[in-house]
Design a protein around this ligand. Structure first.
Ligand SMILES: *Cc1c(COP(=O)(O)O)cnc(C)c1O
Length: 371
């Protein structure tokens, strides 16, 4: 029997204690009656949903949300007993499967509600109902409210535990759209109330709104990104502790004369005698090819630039100025080493994306090691 560590020196370390501290830091300032829904969709943004779900105690976490039914079932199979909420659309045939496994359906519109009502003819169903307050993707829109009210009235075995909505730009405090969305959500909830359909719970806030304290007493919050210690605001300092550290080791170290070519496409040529380290990681691991000649890694606590193209399985870095780098040294691609750090936001900026995608793209080929 060998462990992941014996297979390759490229892995992502996930700090479970830091994850626990982030949960604490999110839950502590919540107003009275508010509770945390931990969003662990897409394998907890690449951090590993099962391992993190095991760290979600019922005293701190009210529910775990996923995007897919498959993701929720994976957690159930792993023995997770917390209430689970699926945020994404379900087909009619998936709804009974969700019920069998005690997974709450976050109904995303009148079409899905019709399916739910058909299933609710012969059994009890509890749902969260999504209202579109202005995101434009999922949720019931105002002009559909009457039809939705009639559908709900026709299904006496259907119980709405919560209404919820999703915010389009909560990471930007100067965008007034947030207030407009809250106002529309309130209007839609009032309309349901006037029709005699009161939901005991509401949830609107994602990481950004939660970190900004935009949470009303009793409302749940749906937090993903902030749990993993990435910055939730567009420009901000609300970051908690990063929990992921992606590391590898120098697999080849060579001294090359000035004028040497590095990598596909001959995009880099040494301008001086250089020490070039080859790392056993590449775009197939999720280290974006757009980082070619466009990123730093950490060696011996110092930054060293990626030189040449990122290939499928290999990356080359110039360690000429990185102290006494040696064969076998640890190299950090994302996260901290010594007093230095490559934050996810930095890689995101260099590749024209957001930290969410940087995490999600770290591929299955990279073992996750939990500490
Ligand atoms: C992904 C998601 C969240 C979590 O968003 P973060 O910005 O990661 O906190 C919350 N609600 C819904 C509906 C989502 O899809």
């Amino acid at each position: 029997m060998f462990t992941a560590r014996d297979l390759r020196p490229t892995w992502a370390e996930i700090g479970l204690a830091a994850f626990g501290r982030n949960i604490e830091a999110i839950v502590r300032p919540l107003p009275a009656g508010s509770r945390l829904i931990a969003v662990l969709k897409a394998d907890a943004y690449g951090h590993g949903a099962i391992e993190l779900a095991k760290r979600c105690g019922p005293d701190r976490v009210a529910m775990i949300a996923t995007a897919l039914l498959e993701e929720a079932l994976e957690l159930r199979r792993a023995g997770i007993e917390l209430p689970l909420l699926v945020l994404g659309p379900l087909t009619e045939s998936q709804i009974p499967i969700a019920l069998e496994h005690n997974v709450t359906v976050g109904v995303i519109g009148p079409e899905e509600l019709e399916s739910v009502c058909r299933v609710a003819r012969d059994r009890e169903i509890t749902i969260h109902l999504k209202l579109d307050s202005g995101m434009g993707r999922m949720g019931v829109i105002e002009s559909e409210m009457q039809r939705v009210v009639e559908l709900i009235r026709s299904a006496p075995r259907l119980r709405i535990e919560a209404t919820y909505t999703h915010l389009a730009n909560a990471g930007n405090p100067s965008d007034p759209y947030l207030e407009q969305q809250i106002a529309r959500f309130d209007r839609m909830c009032d309309e349901l109330r006037r029709a005699g359909l009161t939901a005991p719970r509401h949830h609107l806030a994602n990481s950004a709104a939660t970190m900004r304290g935009i949470v009303r007493p009793g409302d749940f919050v749906r937090v993903g990104l902030a749990l993993f210690g990435a910055e939730a605001l567009d420009v901000g300092t609300s970051r908690l502790e990063p929990i992921l550290r992606w590391r590898t080791e120098i697999a080849r170290l060579k001294e090359l004369p000035a004028g040497s070519v590095i990598g596909y496409g001959t995009t880099f040529r040494t301008s001086r005698p250089s020490r070039i380290a080859t790392l056993p990681v590449g775009y197939a691991d999720g280290y974006d090819r757009l980082l070619s000649n466009n990123a730093d890694v950490l060696v011996r606590g110092r930054r060293a630039p990626v030189v040449g193209r990122v290939s499928m399985d290999l990356v080359t870095v110039d360690v000429t100025d990185a102290g006494e780098a040696r064969f076998g040294d640890e190299v950090v691609l994302l996260g901290q080493q010594g007093g230095e750090e490559i934050p996810a936001e930095e890689l995101a900026k260099r590749t024209g994306t957001i930290s969410y995608e940087v995490f999600c793209r770290i591929s299955r080929r990279v073992p996750r090691i939990y500490k």
